[in-house]
Write a protein that binds this ligand. Structure first.
Ligand code: ADE
Ligand code: ZN
Length: 326
């Protein structure tokens, strides 16, 4: 009895969304033509057919390639504006979106180009949808600590527009401890801290994210459940987990949606939330992620309300704004 209208009508915050992962094939083609960039696909259908992944790295290879069509302030604006329109239709009233500056600066795109395009779309979303938006700068963990420091340095003129730093890309072999110093510096600058951990990586990576990076929020966190002591600690500390069901299925973090642990997370007392990660690549936006979790795991309306409530509690909004959303 959880209808699509109920899901869409539930005010919610999206806390785990890579803006580069919201690049729909149609926009990829339009931007490729506009910018005269070659893409290795003949049609939108061919692009969609290529979106069959067996793990995180498989996906990342194609995701970084897709981002090559993004060159100008207008491109970043159009990318983000399309996301905000879709998110608003799904009942998102607040979004904390991640971007990967190194994916762009390593191609010669200025940091300012990226952030100016995103900023103008954010202002438009505020005006058109009444949506509030925060930006999370993610470091690519397959690159080294020096590159992360250089990125934080490039962000210095724009820190008033950035709420948090995060850690994404290839998890295995790139443990959180690799970024201890740059996270400490980000914290010193007053930024909030998030990190992907326990998506493909072991529970120890989650422990490092907590004890070495001192994260304020955990992205994914699925594999925490393998460790009862860690799970109990996450529950006790009220840590928010930004869970992404369709992503977990497409990247084979779960083999079948019927095995997804979202309801177990709630039962274990974890502050779990539902998010879309890279919706253009994984088959749907936040509403579709709620839908699949409801259908596969039998979530109730009350569970959905809990997940939506958790999204505000886990957000970086000031306390008064959180209270106003509950
Ligand atoms: N970058 C974009 N999506 C990601 C994910 N699910 N895990 C790690 N890095 C990512
Ligand atoms: Zn992610």
């Amino acid at each position: 009895d959880v209808s699509d209208d109920f899901i869409a009508g539930l005010p919610k915050a999206e806390l785990h969304l890579h803006i580069e992962g919201s690049l729909e094939p149609e926009l990829m083609f339009a931007l490729a033509a506009r910018n005269r960039v070659e893409i290795p696909f003949a049609s939108v259908e061919e692009v969609r057919a290529a979106y069959a992944f067996s793990n995180l790295q498989d996906f990342l290879d194609i995701y970084y390639q897709g981002a090559n069509v993004l060159l100008t302030v207008q491109d970043f604006h159009d990318l983000a504006a399309a996301y905000f329109d879709r998110a608003a239709a799904d009942g998102v009233v607040h979004a904390e979106i991640m971007f990967d500056p190194q994916t762009h600066t390593d191609r010669g795109i200025a940091f300012g180009t990226v952030i100016d395009g995103l900023s103008s779309a954010i202002h438009e979303a505020q005006a058109r949808h009444g949506m509030t938006v925060k930006l999370i700068l993610c470091f690519l963990r397959h690159l080294d600590e020096d590159a992360a420091f250089a990125t934080l340095e490039a962000a210095t003129p724009y820190l008033d527009r950035i709420t948090a730093v995060g850690l994404d890309s290839s998890e295995l072999g790139h443990p959180p401890e690799k970024f201890a110093r740059v996270f400490a510096e980000a914290r010193r600058l007053g930024l909030k801290l998030v990190a992907h951990a326990g998506e493909e990586g072991p529970p120890d990576y989650v422990r490092q994210a907590l004890d070495i990076l001192h994260i304020d929020r955990l992205d994914h966190g699925n594999r925490s459940l393998e460790d009862p002591v860690l799970t109990a600690r996450l529950a006790r500390e009220g840590m928010t987990l930004t869970v992404c069901p369709l992503s977990n299925l497409k990247l084979c973090v779960v083999d079948d949606m019927r095995d997804h642990p979202i309801d177990r997370m709630l039962r274990e007392g974890l502050r779990a939330t539902i998010n879309s990660d890279d919706p253009a690549y994984f088959g749907g936006y936040i509403g579709a992620n709620y839908r699949t979790a409801v259908d596969a795991r039998g979530l109730t309306r009350a569970d959905c309300a809990t997940l939506a409530r958790n999204s505000f509690l886990g957000s970086f909004l000031p306390d008064e704004a959180v209270a106003a959303h509950l």
